[in-house]
Design a protein around this ligand. Structure first.
Ligand SMILES: Cc1ncc(COP(=O)(O)O)c(C=O)c1O
Length: 380
């Protein structure tokens, strides 16, 4: 079956007990036993599992072409569970411009449990190789990076990881399996913030770990049910509903993203646009090879923090808000919002300047988005 068909049908078979076409929300914490030691339908307690979670996990595994997936209360909870596959003394090489929450989790929390982290420019395989230590067990990449839109060659990273017996983890939040297929390129684990494009409607948080190896899958399921951060029924239901329109949404996101990026690129008040779909992006060719489309995340520099502030205070269709990937255009200033937990010297080094604006282009009429940007640019 094709991607759109799988997104609508896999895991979403009619409810066996009623025939309901849409799986009902199983809003219950516990399930009655048939008899001692025997559950009725395979469920006993909602922390461990429930039908809405199982349905969503099946859809996600299918869409990523994976063995299994497990869903968590947020992208960060999912990412945290992946790092729990490691042991004290293990070392991880990460993309230097990762989402600020990942930077905070690793440098301020997980280091206290004996894990070691090196942040490097993963767009250069030689740099990644140079960062390897005898105890390196994992490469963790975001591609494109948030918010600088740098691209890492997933196949090159997979080759490196396999040669060194390390696990390659790819955060596929920005592109979704519709636009990028990390597992086909050799990734061992894919993570997602479901909060973004996969849900697509900005009405629930969630995260997913998508796996290719039985051993990892068993461990992640153990972590999910033991630590208790599995996604709740209502949030699974909302995410499953959003997923059904993923293919068609991503097509429109792509078209709008490209149109807005080209418009900004030609605007005299915009210093620089970062978008893999533009031919002037330094890794445009790699993006074309590796991705099915450029996506709808872009950043642009307005030259000064003051200009960025004045612009952001004037936009109307684009909502000034954290997060991304919703049907609505969301705009932010990463240095003060999503990446505020990253020290300024690190932000400066990786290119997250105080005047860098990030835009998640929604699927409103593109003329309205462009008109909104243009009227706000008049204020700078
Ligand atoms: C690329 C990326 N990964 C992970 C996360 C974390 O996801 P969540 O906010 O659902 O915990 C985010 C959040 O913005 C993100 O942008």
């Amino acid at each position: 079956m094709g991607f759109a068909t799988n997104a609508i049908h896999v895991g979403q078979e009619p409810d066996p007990s009623t025939g309901a076409v849409v799986l009902p929300i199983y809003q219950t914490s516990t399930y009655v036993y048939e008899e001692l030691g025997k559950s009725r339908g395979g469920y006993d307690y909602a922390r461990t599992n429930h039908p809405n979670r199982k349905a969503l996990e099946r859809t996600l595994a299918k869409l990523e072409g994976a063995l299994a997936s497990y869903v968590f209360t947020s992208g960060m909870a999912a990412i945290d569970s992946v790092f729990r596959l490691l042991r004290p003394g293990d070392h991880v090489v990460l993309s230097e411009a990762v989402y600020g929450g990942v930077y905070r989790l690793t440098t301020q929390l997980l280091v206290h449990f004996g894990l070691e982290f090196s942040f490097v420019d993963t767009s250069d395989p030689a740099v990644v190789l140079g960062a390897f230590r005898p105890n390196t067990k994992m490469i963790y990449i975001e591609t494109p990076t948030n918010p600088t839109l740098r691209i890492t060659d997933i196949s090159a990273m997979a080759k490196l990881a396999n040669e060194r017996r390390a696990t390659l983890v790819v955060d596929n939040t920005f592109l979704t399996p519709y636009l990028q297929r990390p597992i086909e390129l050799g990734a061992h684990i894919v993570v997602h913030s479901l909060t973004k494009y996969l849900n697509g409607h900005s009405d629930a948080t969630g995260g997913a770990v998508v796996l290719t190896r039985t051993d990892d899958a068993e461990k992640i399921y153990f972590i999910q049910r033991s630590a208790g951060a599995g996604l709740a029924p209502m949030d699974c239901f909302l995410t499953s509903r959003g997923l059904k329109t993923l293919a068609i949404r991503m097509l429109q996101h792509n078209a709008n993203g490209l149109a807005v990026a080209r418009h900004l690129d030609a605007h005299p008040k915009v210093r620089k646009v970062f978008y893999p779909g533009l031919v002037n992006h330094p890794q445009h060719e790699l993006a074309r090879r590796q991705q099915k489309g450029p996506g709808a995340m872009l950043s642009f520099d307005l030259g000064s923090e003051d200009a960025a502030r004045r612009f952001l205070n004037q936009v109307k269709i684009c909502s000034l808000a954290e997060s991304l990937g919703g049907v609505e255009s969301l705009i932010s200033l990463p240095a003060q919002m999503t990446h505020a937990s990253m020290p300024k010297e690190v932000r400066d080094r990786v290119g997250i300047t105080d005047s860098l604006v990030r835009l998640s282009v929604g699927i409103e009429d593109v003329e309205d988005i462009v008109a909104d940007i243009d009227q706000a640019l008049l204020y700078i």
